[in-house]
Design a protein around this ligand. Structure first.
Ligand code: NAD
Length: 467
């Protein structure tokens, strides 16, 4: 069965088809419709036509539509999980977590409204702020969390009255296409459109005069192109981009408690997480004990097809990323010491043994760049001011973690980190009511929370003379 595009309420074939590869085998396992520029234009036109009626509905009615979508997704939970593992590679429990989170995000944001806010009322005047939807939103998503990252855009954007054209990454289009299939039966035509490309239609979408806002999640390099392209029509933008998050382990931390948490924070989803731990800083006297724990954890990890029970780390999602990560590992091996791993697995698919490398110079590519794979460097530090400066010495500023037995000390260090989120003694805790986003070249704007909802609206002031 070829997965279809969703344009103006209809599931349609593409002008071409796209092969989708299972990263656990390296072989094609499905095909998906692939749109051309004319179909993209039709999708934007359909979203534009649908906007007046959808935005005019009371919030409570839009909420009912979105709740029905959540019910429909829940009814096909197992199918979504398997499809996600096959297209993306993540182990089944992580796929279940992503699909469960996607349904929860849909329900949470469906219930959120931004009512008119009274700013001031006196005998003479009344001033209020109304948040109005923007129009057609282009949602462009990457391949690491293909469906939950879409839902963090779709659910708030539609709940507040916008319409949407969604464009997944070409290597993971299927869960988005399956969601489009559900939407075809539930949403009014044009409210959601799904376009699949081969990395060739993004620029047309971000440049399109009828797109009011681009909500983009992906790499910093592409984010810069999106920003330049959106300038022509002064589109609103949210950019959730790359990171190079530091984990700073303080000298009071218990190595055996902290090591597995830091290892998981780096290796979840085979390290393909924007907010993953991407470099670890440890006090010099702790290095040997910590690296011994990482070596044990790396050796114990079960690297396998995500569909196989017991797999803890799946393959890298695509061949280009696999080659990039292996090249980074090779380079790092010549500059530092391998603690564990360092090689691909000798089997089909894009499997790399979880790899830890110590004693690299600060200017090594594995330290300075975003690796986005199952490898991280461990670097020694001698004092706190120095390690904070080294952690902050990056063009990125997405997240970061502090590990300590004293949460107050953790907070004191967190206050000095230049990033959008800092966790102390935990990682990836992202409640829907808490905004997240990047500092520096990790992004612009916020998703989730009231701040995130507001990014899908325009503020309008109404200022009334009462007499
Ligand atoms: P990518 O930038 O290569 O692609 C992201 C999306 O942009 C894809 O859908 C792609 O088809 C599309 N695209 C490509 N060229 C385009 C163009 N010129 N204009 C518009 N769209 C275009 O990113 P990726 O490799 O798919 O994802 C990995 C990156 O995403 C990592 O850097 C990761 O840190 C980042 N990421 C960030 C967050 C966050 O919330 N900050 C979350 C997940 C991933």
């Amino acid at each position: 069965m070829a997965y279809k595009l969703l344009i103006d309420g209809k599931l349609v074939d593409g002008a071409a088809t796209l092969d989708v590869i299972d990263p656990a085998t390296g072989a094609v396992f499905e095909t998906c419709a692939r749109a051309d520029a004319a179909q993209l234009d039709e999708a934007v036109a359909a979203a534009k036509r649908a906007f007046p009626a959808w935005s005019a509905l009371p919030h409570a009615e839009r909420r009912v539509y979105l709740e029905r979508l959540a019910d429909a997704m829940e009814a096909r939970f197992a199918e979504f999980c398997t499809l996600l593992t096959r297209e993306q590679g993540k182990p089944t429990p992580q796929a279940q977590f992503e699909i469960g989170g996607t349904v929860a995000a849909l329900r949470y944001f469906a219930a959120q409204d931004l009512p008119i806010e009274l700013i001031r009322e006196t005998e003479q005047e009344k001033i209020v702020e109304q948040r109005i939807p923007l129009g057609v939103i282009a949602a462009i998503t990457p391949w690491n969390f293909p469906i939950i990252l879409l839902m963090l855009k779709l659910a708030p954007a539609l709940a507040i009255g916008n319409t949407m054209v969604a464009k997944p990454a070409p290597s993971t289009p299927l869960t988005t296409a399956l969601f489009g299939e559900l939407a075809a039966d539930i949403l009014p035509p044009g409210v959601l459109n799904v376009i699949v490309d081969a990395n060739d239609l993004g620029a047309r979408l971000t440049d399109h005069p009828d797109v009011a806002k681009v909500s983009f999640t992906g790499s910093t390099a592409t984010g810069k192109r999106v920003m330049a392209s959106a300038a022509g029509t002064l589109k609103r933008l949210t950019l959730e981009l790359g990171g190079n998050d530091a984990a700073i382990i303080l000298d009071d931390a218990d190595v055996k408690t902290v090591a597995p948490k830091v290892f998981d924070a780096a290796m979840i989803n085979a390290g393909q997480v924007c907010l993953a731990v991407k470099r670890v800083y440890a006090p010099r006297p702790m290095m040997d004990a910590l690296c011994a724990e990482f070596a044990r954890l790396g050796a114990e990890a079960v690297v396998d097809d995500g569909l196989n029970q017991g797999a803890t780390i799946g393959p890298v999602q695509n061949k280009a990323q696999y080659d990039k990560v292996l090249a980074l590992i090779d380079e790092a091996k010549s500059e530092g010491r391998v603690v564990v791993g360092g090689e691909p697995l000798g089997r089909d698919g894009y499997f790399i043994a979880p790899t830890v490398i110590r004693d690299l110079p600060d200017d090594a590519r594995l330290v300075r760049e975003e690796q986005f794979g199952p490898v991280f460097p461990v670097l020694a530090y001698d004092d706190l001011d120095e390690v904070i400066a080294r952690a902050n010495d990056s063009d990125f500023g997405l997240g970061g973690t502090i590990w300590t037995s004293d949460p107050d000390r953790g907070m004191a260090v967190a206050l000095r980190i230049h990033s959008g989120t800092v966790w102390v003694n935990k990682h990836l805790d992202m409640p829907f009511d808490i905004p997240f986003g990047g500092a520096k070249q990790s992004g612009l704007g916020r998703e989730q929370g009231v701040d995130g909802m507001k990014e899908f609206t325009q503020a309008k002031i109404i200022n009334i003379a009462k007499r």
